[in-house]
Structures are given as C-alpha cells and as structure tokens.
Write a protein that binds this ligand. Structure first.
Ligand code: AHR
Length: 507
C-alpha cells in the first residue's frame, strides 16, 4: 500500500496547456497519408485533412502543433509552399536518402495553418536558419502575421486565399543546430540566434522565439549558448530540449528487463529538465524564458507499423518511389509507450514552472505516434488515450505530491513503483497515477492535505491484459479507456502497467 499526500496548500505552478502539444514533420507518413489525404480523396476529409484525426485532436484539446520539422525545417523554403498547388515545386526532402521520397509542397503555410484552425491549436513554426537568410525568415513572419492590406507580403497572402493573418506566435529559431541544423557549436549558434531573433522579433508583435537547445544529456550546449545569449533578454522566451528514449529491445516483443530499461531511460528526462533549467536560472534568464521540450518520446527500430503491410491493403506508401516499402521511422506503440507518455506528462506537470511547451514526436505514422493511418484506416495508439485521460491537467494548478511509493529494483535499473501528478482546475482535483510495474498491482491511498474531496470520483483507466498489447487496423480498440464514476474514499487500485486518472470535486 502506497500513501500519496496531495498538498492542496502547496501549488507548484499552472501547467501550460502547451505541455500537451504535438509535432508534425514532413517525414515518412506524417503529413502525406497521415494528416493529409487530399481534397478529392475518398477518405473522409475536411479540406484535404483526414477527418478522423481532426475530430480526435479536437477531442483531446490539442493546444499546439510544431511544423514543418525537425530536420526537414532546415531545407524548407516557405515560398515553395504558397500559391496555386499545381505551380508548387517538388523538392528533395531532407529524408530522401532514407526513403527516396520527394516533397511535393502540397501542404504549405496556408494548409498547415488551416489544419491548426480546424483542430483548435496554435501553430509552432520551426524556421530554417541554415539555408536561408534572416531576411527570408523576416519575410515568412511578415507573410504570416502582418495585418490585412498592409505589407506586400500580407497582400500576397490575401491573394493566396487568406486575408486575415495567421498570427503565428511560436517560432523556433532553427532545429537541432548542433546536428542537421547547421552542425554548429553552441557558440556559433548563439551568434546566429542573435542575428535572426532580433530581426524576427522586430517584425511582429508578441512572438515567442525558441532557441535551439541540447540533445538529451549534452550539458555543454546550453551552457555555451546561453552564456552568449544572456544579454539578449527580450528576444528569447524558450530554450528547446530534445529527449528521445533510446532503443530498448523490440517495440512489440520487449522483455521484462527491456520494459524497465525503457522506463528508466524515459524517466531520465526529469534530470535533463532540471539540468537545463539550472542553466536558464544560472544565467538569470528565468524571468523571460522557460524550457520547450519540442521533441520527446520513444524512438524504437522502425518497421513495425502498418505501412510495412500497406501493399496488402492496396495502399502504396510512396507512390513516387517503388523501392520504398514503409513509412520512415514508423513504429507500433504498445502499453509500454503509453506508460512512457504518462510518466513523461506527469514529470512535465511536476515541473510546470520550468516548462513553457512540449511537443511529442510525432503525431502520426512515426515515432511515438498518437495515430497510425493509411488509406481509409486510422487508429489511435495507447499513447493517444494517455493524452485523452490526462487532458484535465491542461491549465490546471499543479499541486506538490509527497509520500512513499517505493522503487522497483532490477540488476542495472531502478524505477519508482508509481509515477504521479495532481492538479486543480475549476473546482476539481485530477490525479494521474501510472503503475510502472510490469507484474504487480499498486494499492494506493490518496491523502488530500489542506483540501476536502467529494465522496464520489470519476476513474478513467487505461489497461490491457498484456503490456505488449497495441491497437492495429484489425483490432483498433484492443487498448481503450474505461470510465466509471463511483464512491471514493481515497483508495485507488492501479493494475500493473496501467494508468488511472481520478477526478473528484474539491468541497
Ligand atoms: O523526429 C525525427 C527527427 O529527430 C527530427 O527531424 C529531428 O529534429 C530529430 O533528430
């Protein structure tokens, strides 16, 4: 029996809704045959976007979507993606060496902003700073955000179908600038950032500019960059961090040891958050900048997603390349991935004062996806359900939790038995409990301190008979949520490898 005290009188911070954000790169099957099926498609669509994904993203209150990359952003010329679709150029995609696909530019700025409007999310653009000039990016900001009828680019936007500005607020100044985004040192990038950011910031009101940050546990990068950026106060509101959990066995047939190894890797994001935040605070930047974890999730070996069998479904994953047999980086998602998602979102909640935004990589048919689709098929992964069951935390005031939950010890790893977070919003307390044990149920007593709870609560549970379970085109609902409202005295049983969200009125 574990006792968790929820301190009603010890708020941490409001969890920004943007902690529950998404990422859609022009890579593999994320955009084409992922979110986009085309206006003339037989697949139900809204203005070319897959209807089912739009509805499902609305249902989880998706707050923000990052676009167009990732690495793809660093070869993207925004001018390729505007104007009549038939006139748009086909370009070499950043990833063409991996899968031979070209970029048709069918989905560009107007289409992507429309997608965001349809789902009710804010767009977060990643600007190319290695293959363009500051003036090119100034022009993109101008095109997107200048009021109707003002600049020549605002008039061009109107000519292309959008009189009103898109008001894109979030802009990443480069992506992974230590790697694909220019292969720079931290110092080199800091100087580039200063050039781009001062111009971008001067082009529109209210932009939130995000500085490209470290990969995983590279502690040198934030230090080298922030040292130089510290005086540029008003031009930076976010420091990016990318954190993938490495490969821990096969995504579908992992062993018990690999289950815990995967979770251990995932939980280490907390240390990365603390260390990166330490640099922000160390340079006195916490008054205007917070962390933006704009790529996170499990990165398994590819080849387990449904596109591997697309031809059996009569679908060609890459019509312009007969050698391409599957969507790049597409992976199946099991209950293990759902546990990583729940534990990670709990960590984000518990560090809400440090984090401005987080976008899981990636939305569909790729790493740690919420959806797997192809042709008429579209299913939700267990990870989608985690976002669904935890959405009440968005905008809630996170409360400190203390207590004993013990640890699970393995030869080389130890993980806590339970991952948890709690928040209050609109007079309701929401607690999410993820039982990280692969085999043992967790009996938990929730003890509210300085707060009284109603004697009924809603219990939302994500569980499955086997930790390896996942949803497929054949069995789309194998892993699903159950909801129940019943008497509540503080006791919660969480089955092994399961997530439970409890919501109760605060009296
Ligand atoms: O998410 C896939 C890739 O991972 C992104 O394009 C890149 O930013 C990262 O290395």
């Amino acid at each position: 029996m574990f006792k968790l005290h929820i301190h009603g009188d010890d708020p941490i911070a409001v969890a920004a809704p943007e902690l529950y954000g998404h990422f859609a790169e022009h890579i593999g099957g994320v955009i084409y045959d992922g979110i986009w099926v085309g206006k003339d498609s037989e697949v139900p669509n809204i203005e070319g976007f897959r209807k089912e994904i739009i509805e499902k993203l609305r249902a989880i209150d998706a707050p923000v979507v990052r676009w167009p990359g990732g690495c793809f952003a660093e070869i993207y010329d925004w001018r390729d993606g505007i104007g009549p679709v038939e006139d748009r150029p086909t370009r070499i995609n950043w990833w063409w060496k991996n899968d031979g696909r070209y970029e048709p530019n069918t989905v560009g700025t107007h289409e992507f902003c429309r997608f965001c409007q349809l789902i009710g999310a804010e767009p977060y653009f990643a600007a190319n700073i290695t293959a363009t000039t500051p003036l090119d990016i100034r022009d993109w900001v101008d095109y997107c955000n200048s009021p109707a009828g003002t600049t020549s680019l605002a008039k061009l936007r109107e000519q292309n179908g959008s009189k009103e500005p898109f008001n894109v607020k979030y802009w990443g100044v480069g992506n992974e600038t230590w790697g694909g985004g220019g292969n720079m040192t931290g110092e080199m990038y800091a100087h580039e950032y200063r050039k781009y950011s001062v111009i971008m910031d001067n082009t529109a009101e209210g932009l939130e500019l995000i500085c490209s940050g470290a990969n995983h546990a590279d502690w040198h990068w934030p230090n080298d960059t922030l040292r130089i950026l510290e005086p540029s106060e008003k031009h930076m509101s976010g420091l990016s961090l990318h954190f993938y959990c490495g490969q821990a066995g096969h995504p579908l047939t992992f062993t018990e040891e690999e289950w815990y190894r995967q979770l251990r890797q995932a939980l280490d994001i907390e240390r990365a958050i603390q260390r990166n935040w330490g640099f922000v605070v160390g340079y006195g930047m916490e008054k205007w900048a917070r962390l933006v974890i704009d790529e996170w999730g499990c990165w398994h070996r590819g080849g387990t997603g449904p596109s591997t069998h697309m031809k059996e479904y009569g679908i060609d994953p890459a019509p312009n390349n007969p050698d391409c047999v599957e969507n790049l980086f597409e992976q199946q998602s099991t209950m293990r991935d759902a546990m990583v998602a729940a534990a990670t979102l709990n960590i984000f909640n518990n560090h809400a004062e440090k984090i401005r935004m987080a976008t899981v990589a990636q939305l569909v048919n790729n790493l740690h996806a919420l959806f797997l689709s192809g042709g008429e098929h579209c299913i939700c992964t267990p990870t989608y359900h985690v976002f669904d069951m935890m959405k009440s935390h968005m905008g809630g005031t996170v409360l400190r939790i203390s207590g004993s939950h013990g640890t699970i010890e393995r030869d080389r790893y130890s993980v806590p038995n339970v991952s948890s977070s709690a928040s209050v919003k609109d007079g309701k307390l929401t607690v999410t409990l993820a039982n990280l044990s692969m085999t043992e149920a967790a009996e938990i007593t929730l003890c509210p301190d300085a707060m009284e709870l109603a004697d009924t609560a809603e219990f939302i549970t994500l569980t499955s008979a086997d930790p390896h379970d996942c949803n497929t085109f054949e069995e789309p609902e194998k892993v699903h949520l159950t909801r129940e409202t019943r008497a509540f005295d503080g006791a919660v049983t969480v089955p092994p490898c399961s997530v439970v969200t409890v919501t109760a009125d605060v009296k």
